[in-house]
Design a protein around this ligand. Structure first.
Ligand code: CP
Ligand code: NVA
Length: 309
């Protein structure tokens, strides 16, 4: 049985297999080729301790299209919110469900859910990681550029969950990644270490910088995310001040490659991490990226839930 907790748990080959399957499922979806046999009769529980638009809707619609069923479990409505342990929750839910997707704060809660339950667990975002997002991102980049290996992705902004998973996803697929964050909001050491180790096998280059201009130079892909992630709202004022030199705008983007694509996991805050002309401009692929959450996650569910039991 496999989980999707961190992309580092999957081999490069497994990641490329899921991207291929996602392309196939997208093709079938667009051409109205029925594929509701893949997860016929399977049920996915979706635990949310944080807000979501894309993750919730794409998982729910995705499993429906594959013939299965999704259950939305808000952590404030289930007993976790009143103190039932992750261990007991994992053991109980394993008796009803075929898989669990969880969006929460602590990375350890996702790991415990996987350790104590006996069904596949999918990380739908924690404070540290967002692997589902990055699979959709890789799918989108490959669609736009035709390949991944050797491309340069630049991430500017907060060294957060998206940045960590991007670094690992790029390393796994042989992409080069330059990350520019303010010194005090840099990526967690442990994920830099994991990514560097993977990169030493795949040949990808990882640069950890503080200067956004240096990072963006000759990039094929420029990516940013909110400066104020969920749970950090109290730091908003201070963050806006520190992050302002990291805004993706026309000037910053001008040193990237001419055919650069702009990406953002969304939700976006126009006028902060990105200007309106860039996110709504010709280089932006953010809504294709959002759409691909559906196709990539369908592939993840087929891989994890259909192979199991
Ligand atoms: N990108 C993303 O995960 O969006 P949601 O928070 O809307 O799920
Ligand atoms: N870094 C953002 C991603 C939202 C999808 C957050 O954690 O809020």
């Amino acid at each position: 049985m496999k989980h999707l907790i961190c992309l580092s748990d999957w081999s490069s080959e497994e990641i490329f297999d899921v991207l291929d399957l996602a392309d196939k499922l997208k093709y079938e979806n667009k051409n109205r080729i029925a594929h509701d046999h893949y997860l016929n009769g399977k049920t996915l529980g979706m635990i949310f301790s944080k807000a979501s638009t894309r993750t919730r809707v794409s998982f729910e619609v995705g499993i429906h299209q594959l013939g299965g069923y999704a259950l939305f479990l808000s952590s404030s409505d289930i007993q976790i919110g009143r103190g039932e342990t992750i261990h007991d929750t994992a053991r109980t839910l394993s008796r009803y469900l075929d898989g669990i997707m969880i969006r929460t704060f602590n990375q350890k809660d996702v790991e415990d859910l996987a350790a104590y339950g006996d069904i596949p667990v999918i990380n739908g975002l924690t404070d540290e990681l967002h692997p589902c997002q990055i699979l959709a991102d890789l799918m989108t980049i490959r669609e736009k550029k035709g390949f991944l290996k050797g491309l340069k992705l630049c991430y500017v902004g907060d060294g957060n969950n998206v940045a960590h998973s991007l670094m690992i996803g790029c390393a796994k697929t042989g992409m080069d990644i330059s990350i520019a964050t303010p010194e005090e909001y840099s990526c967690m050491e442990k994920y830099v270490k994991i990514a560097l180790e993977i990169a030493s096998n795949t040949g990808s280059k990882i640069e950890i910088l503080t200067d956004p201009k240096e990072a963006v130079k000759d990039a094929d892909v420029v990516y940013t995310d909110t400066w104020v992630s969920m749970g950090m709202e109290d730091e908003k004022e201070q963050r806006i001040e520190i992050f302002s030199p990291y805004q993706v705008n026309k000037t910053l983007l001008s040193t990237a490659k001419q055919d650069v694509i702009f990406m953002h996991c969304l939700p976006a805050y126009r006028g902060y991490e990105v200007t309106e002309d860039i996110i709504d401009g010709p280089n932006s692929v953010v809504f294709d990226e959002a759409e691909n959450r559906l196709h990539a996650q369908k592939a993840v569910m087929v891989k994890l839930l259909a192979d199991y039991s």
